[in-house]
Ligand binder design. Structure first.
Ligand code: ACO
Length: 329
């Protein structure tokens, strides 16, 4: 069974409610109809009902719930809670009343207050605008100090790389320049996500342009320190670094450069030292290597919120909603 098929089956097995704040966007409306038809999740679209139903007039919208933030009976309750949550930042009631009309804030409050299990947006909003309300209001999960992201990558050479061709790349979408402690946390969280969500037997490679001291530079030092911290944070994880990408992925190179490593040559979770390398790498592997890239998926938020690429297709939205639903299970 392919990774997407197993994700969809898992989502169906315990249906969750996902809010899509960009409710009047055509791809979102089409995805909502597909998701409810396939039974992957219950969907709440935010926006004006007439607008949404008009745009979706050729689709089966019978199982899709529509909520208009401007007329919702929950508005006052959400404003009150919003003021409490941002009291330390001096948010006034007037400012909260304005903020709650923004579907991204309204949707985030639905998740925070338990009226939805997860949120997906980003078809027409930037990553920052989608994630900021979640970072401010839902915050990090217990024991986690940094929210990060990953892509599930499914490559063509299934026997050669990852676990049956499936790998996790982190962090490719959120943290521009994590310090050693943050990088270590991203590695440990990714190992857990890889196991729980994707079914990987995690082998985590801390990537660099150096393999075990082959180069000296402060950028390499950060990865070496992060590797040491990650091993202390969770000694049970198979994790090694610093490794170059070929030493991490190619069995013969791994054996040559690090014969004693249980990760080198067999890594299925790649942790990039910063966002430039992570973001560039996943896009290169997707485009030049014709891999399937599913994500970005956020990890470390107390409740699931996920961002879409603005170039996303209807299928991409369906997939990210299914993964969000699983994260909520
Ligand atoms: N983990 C946990 N909390 C965080 C994180 C994090 N990684 N980042 C910010 N926060 C919190 C802050 O503590 C702060 O909380 P507070 O208001 O309660 O004090 C709140 O979030 C806002 O923090 P800011 O520093 O103001 O963060 P900002 O909103 O400017 O940015 C963001 C956060 C949007 C995630 C930023 O790091 C960013 O823009 N990252 C890059 C995103 C990007 O462009 N990715 C590439 C494209 S995606 C793609 O190609 C698929």
């Amino acid at each position: 069974m392919g990774i997407l098929e197993s994700i969809r089956l898992k989502a169906k097995s315990n249906k969750k409610t996902i809010v899509l704040p960009e409710g009047t966007e055509e791809r979102i409306i089409e995805a909502a109809a597909k998701i409810t038809e396939a039974g992957l999740a219950d969907v709440v679209l935010l926006g004006n009902a007439e607008d949404i139903l008009d745009r979706g007039s050729k689709l089966d919208m019978s199982a899709v719930t529509i909520v208009d933030p401007s007329t919702s009976c929950k508005k006052d309750e959400y404003v009150e809670e919003l003021v409490k949550l941002r009291a330390h930042k001096g948010l006034t009631k007037g400012q909260a009343e304005e903020l709650i009309l923004d579907p991204l804030y309204f949707g985030t409050m639905m998740v925070q207050m338990g009226n939805a299990d997860g949120l997906v947006a980003g078809a027409i909003n930037s990553t920052g605008d989608v994630l900021r309300p979640a970072l401010q209001l839902i915050k990090t999960a217990p024991g986690i100090s940094i929210v990060s992201s990953f892509f599930i990558m499914e490559v063509l050479y299934k026997e050669e790389y990852g676990q049956d061709g499936v790998l996790l790349f982190a962090d490719c979408a959120i943290n521009p320049n994590p310090n050693a402690q943050q990088l270590a946390e991203i590695a440990v969280t990714s190992a857990k996500t890889g196991h729980d969500l994707v079914g990987l037997d995690p082998r985590v490679a801390m990537l660099s342009f150096s393999t075990k001291g082959s180069a000296c530079h402060e950028h390499v030092d950060k990865v070496i320190e992060a590797t040491q911290i990650a091993k202390k944070l969770d000694p049970g994880i198979m994790l090694d670094g610093e490794l170059q990408a070929d030493a991490a992925l190619v069995e013969s190179v791994g054996q040559l450069k690090c014969p004693d490593s249980e990760v080198a040559g067999r890594a299925n979770i790649l942790v990039f030292p910063d966002l430039q390398s992570g973001n560039i790498s996943y896009k290169l592997v997707e485009r030049l290597g014709k891999a399937r890239a599913i994500g970005p998926i956020c990890q470390g938020i107390a409740k699931p919120v996920n961002d879409l690429s603005r170039g996303c297709s209807v299928e991409d939205i369906v997939n990210v909603v299914a993964i969000t639903a699983i994260q909520a299970q």
